[in-house]
Write a protein that binds this ligand. Structure first.
Ligand SMILES: [Zn+2]
Length: 245
């Protein structure tokens, strides 16, 4: 609540001090797909909490924090057309633009960024534009010195980087390197990302430092498969520990 009390709406006509924390709403979607294992994502709420915690660690140097505005476990849209297309292609993966229709329209909102998790994509992740990114839960990355210990938070943070206006960098230890575990951000990227983040609907400014990352969330708890109903929309709960990360 202390954090919430310190948060104010962003004001586009005022300068953005570099020490002000930007809090960006982030909507996380697990897309399920009956009888289509290539799409069906079986991540759990515990996975999402762990991913979010590590995404926030990666973006902490930029003083940008992502707040879990909502979590969804929902059926992918357009599955019949997608299945037919796969059959036409001899059961190989369709090109990336054909994954966009899998996004359910009902759960899209006017604020923040949306990340959709599916089981498999032709790439680890893609920023689709329109504040929407898609990530495969089977992502794999090339390890680099100092890199992160698992792919999904890095891929998620990388696609968020694209959403915040960043392009690829060749240096393998950087967040915007393609396909590595690198997480470094440079000052010019931080400036670009902060300027873009401030314009995202729903972004707020907090004048206090972010609270420490919750260690339990970092480590992740054992998956409890019964913890998420396959049709449940899990709304943001202001009192939940995952909020304060
Ligand atoms: Zn990229």
């Amino acid at each position: 609540m202390l954090l919430l009390a310190a948060v104010e709406p962003t004001r586009g006509d005022e300068p953005l001090p570099p020490d002000v924390l930007l809090v960006v709403p982030l909507h996380l979607h697990i897309l399920r797909a009956d009888n289509l294992p290539e799409i069906d994502c079986t991540l759990t709420e515990a996975d999402l909490n762990r991913i979010l915690s590590k995404v926030n660690q990666i973006w902490q140097p930029a003083r940008i924090q992502f707040r879990a505005a909502s979590r969804h476990v929902e059926q992918a849209a357009g599955l019949e057309a997608f299945r037919s297309l796969r059959q036409l292609l001899g059961e190989s993966d369709p090109p990336l633009p054909r994954y966009r229709p899998l996004i359910p329209r009902d759960s899209f909102t006017d604020d923040g960024l949306h990340v959709y998790y599916v089981h498999r994509l032709p790439v680890n992740g893609v920023y689709l534009g329109g504040r929407q990114a898609m990530v495969q839960d089977s992502a794999s990355l090339r390890p680099v010195d100092g890199g992160i210990d698992e792919p999904l938070p890095r891929v998620t943070a990388h696609e968020i980087g694209h959403a915040l206006g960043l392009a690829h960098r060749p240096d393998r230890t950087h967040l915007m390197a393609s396909g590595t575990t690198g997480t470094r951000l440079i000052d010019s990227e931080i400036a670009t990302a902060r300027a873009r983040a401030a314009t995202i609907p729903g972004t707020t400014r907090a004048d206090k430092s972010p609270p420490p990352i919750n260690a339990a969330d970092q480590n992740g708890e054992a998956d409890h498969a019964g913890g998420i109903d396959s049709t449940t929309h899990l709304p943001h709960n202001p009192g939940s520990p995952s909020d304060s990360n």
